[in-house]
Design a binder for this molecule. Structure first.
Ligand SMILES: *Cc1c(COP(=O)(O)O)cnc(C)c1O
Length: 397
């Protein structure tokens, strides 16, 4: 298939990468909504199960629509192989549990998505896996934690919600010296803005629920890595534990990928403008946006990423009361804990996504009660700014 060529540029791969046409020659990717597959003969079934011939068996193991999504994601990421899952958390869980065993050690950055934090802090220790957290932006802490052998490093950059940047190349070098594989949750950067494999990552995971769908419709996840690891470590785990994605959701995600570059580019442009707008407002104590000169790790962010992303985090002077007043006065921007959507969404992390980690951990991460996380969507940026001005007027009024 000529369109599978990795020589094509990302925008082309997003639209045509990985397409496998049926004999009917359909234009759009075919949706194979089937649980099972039939064989020409008992002999063909036997040969399939022996691994002598390539034939789909059962959609828990593989499905042509899902395979197209996996092929397209692998091409965009520059990965040897990809497996998709029902959710982003299923992807993180499968990437970690397929690789780990009792007695192993995991080191993770503290600033993780809430459920990733739970897996590291609560689930893994139950199975005899030792875990420790470091402040992701502090290389000295990584160095200390990785001075003893480890099996796996999990990190997120930029982090949710404070947009902290981890030095991927430096941490990967330390992790590899300690014997660990590096798993990067690349959701905030999207497959377009940051290439973790080029910086030393071994595995990249996505919640496809976010920018890859980008239209608030379905859940999905992806794990990308080397062919040998995916075939020998990840695939048996997925095949036998069943976190498989629906072919229907995979089909919607293929359609989402077709517009990913346009959406991310527009979202980044608007987010940068919104960050500058907010920074100029009197009621705002602080703004975090990776490409702004006042981001504490701006140089590192721009060395690793090609743009600042679609997320802006800011702190309203006046704590929870002011943050709630601002959010309740918004009419265009919706209050929601989702992100990466075409609709602009505002979240109060301290009382929602990061409530369960507790006040002490929130304080360590800098998530104060005045912090609001904004996922900038595809509306006209002037309307988003007008809405935020309305919110700020409600704080001071
Ligand atoms: C949303 C998210 C996840 C989890 O993905 P789901 O699809 O909701 O399961 C993991 N990591 C990050 C950074 C996320 O934003």
């Amino acid at each position: 298939m000529a369109t599978d060529s990795p020589a094509y540029r990302p925008a082309t791969l997003l639209v045509q990468g990985g397409v496998e046409r049926s004999p009917f020659g359909e234009t759009a990717e075919a949706l194979y909504l089937t649980s099972g597959f039939v064989y020409d003969s008992a002999e063909q079934a036997e040969a399939t199960f022996k691994g002598e011939i390539a034939h789909y068996q059962y959609s828990r193991f593989g499905n042509p629509t899902i395979s197209m999504l996996e092929a397209r994601l692998a091409l965009i990421e520059g990965a040897e192989a990809c497996r998709c899952t029902a959710t982003g958390m299923a992807a993180v869980h499968a990437a970690m549990l397929s690789h780990l065993k009792a007695g192993d050690r995991v080191v993770a950055s503290r600033a993780l998505f809430g459920s990733c934090h739970w897996i590291v802090s609560t689930l893994l220790p139950r199975y005899g896996i030792a875990t420790s957290f470091v402040d992701g932006g502090d290389l000295a802490q990584w160095r200390a934690a990785l001075a003893t052998p480890a099996a796996l490093v999990l990190l997120e950059s930029p982090s949710n919600p404070m947009l902290e940047i981890v030095d991927l190349a430096a941490v990967a070098a330390l992790a590899h010296a300690a014997g660990a594989i590096v798993v990067v949750d690349n959701v905030f950067a999207t497959p377009l803005l940051q290439k973790p494999f080029e910086l030393g990552a071994d595995v990249v995971v996505y919640s496809c629920t976010k920018h890859i769908d980008g239209q608030g419709r379905v859940l999905g996840g992806a794990v990308l890595g080397r062919r040998k690891w995916v075939d020998e470590v990840l695939q048996p785990f997925i095949r036998n534990t069943g976190p498989s994605i629906s072919a229907f959701n995979a089909w919607l995600l293929l359609k989402g990928l077709e517009t990913l570059a346009l959406r991310v580019e527009a979202g980044c442009r608007s987010a940068a403008a919104v960050a500058d707008f907010l920074a100029a407002q009197p009621g705002i104590a602080r703004v975090w946006y990776p490409s702004r000169a006042d981001h504490p790790q701006r140089d590192l962010a721009m060395a690793q990423m090609t743009a600042g992303g679609t997320m802006v985090t800011f702190e309203v002077a006046g704590g929870k009361d002011a943050a709630f007043r601002l959010m309740n006065a918004l009419r265009l921007v919706k209050v929601s804990n989702n992100l990466g959507d075409s609709k602009s969404l505002a979240t109060h992390p301290a009382t929602t996504t990061h409530m369960r980690i507790g006040a002490e951990e929130r304080a360590r991460l800098g998530i104060t009660d005045g912090v609001i996380r904004l996922s900038v969507g595809l509306e006209d940026v002037r309307d988003i700014q007008d809405d935020l001005a309305r919110g700020l007027a409600a704080v001071s009024g």
